[in-house]
Design a protein around this ligand. Structure first.
Ligand code: ZN
Length: 205
């Protein structure tokens, strides 16, 4: 039987799916409870101004990316893509930690592979996370420091640290956490509190 790429992604065996999956998986009920606990945490503002941004050292010329799934070698010459190749190992490490914390999640880095990528008309690279809970999977495009945000959430912390070392309240990312985890927002009203940068959860049926 030959499975389509979508089916392989659904089974979690492409991309960083090779990293293996956790034996115990957080259920939707558990995730919902954790989100509600985050919503109930006290409102906090950004706790530090962070460090200045340094640009990444990227080698001249192109970088070769070896696909962990199909073993195809893809050469990336664009600066942004080269950064993504370098960052891929960072994403994989963070994803391992997320899996250890019980979330059934896999990294989709197929945009880096000329063979595996879904949209072959472009070479734009994005990383995706595939979260599965109670047999329902959601694939979401990731922003760079969102894995740290997710780790902080799974570790039940109040705050998380951005890539510029700014400490931010997790409550400032509540709607995004719902989105990444693929949780229903029916009956939920979020209100953004400008002054503190927190989302206040107004109602939940
Ligand atoms: Zn590939």
């Amino acid at each position: 039987m030959k499975l389509s790429k979508q089916a392989l992604i659904a089974l979690g065996i492409t991309g960083a799916g090779v990293l293996g999956c956790s034996r115990t998986e957080l259920t939707r009920e558990q995730l919902d409870k954790m989100l509600m606990e985050t919503a109930k945490k006290p409102v906090t503002s950004a706790l530090s101004d962070g460090a200045p941004c340094y640009s990444m050292m990227v080698p001249v010329g192109s970088i070769e990316y070896l696909c962990p799934v199909c073993k195809t070698k893809t050469h990336h010459a664009k600066r942004k893509n080269k950064e993504d190749v370098i960052n891929a190992s960072w994403y994989r490490e963070k994803m391992k930690r997320i899996q250890k914390l019980g979330l059934n999640a896999t990294l989709d880095e197929t945009d880096l592979c000329s063979q595996c990528r879904q949209d072959k008309t472009t070479d734009t690279v994005d990383f995706y996370i595939l979260v599965t809970a109670d047999k329902r999977s959601v694939r979401t495009r990731l922003n760079f420091s969102e894995l740290d945000m997710l780790i902080a959430f799974l570790e039940k912390k109040d705050v998380w640290k951005t890539e510029n070392d700014i400490i931010r309240p997790l409550k400032g990312k509540l709607p995004r956490l719902f989105e990444i985890l693929g949780m229903d927002t029916d009956g939920i009203l979020f209100r953004f509190e400008e002054k503190t940068g927190n989302w206040i959860l107004e109602t939940k049926n």
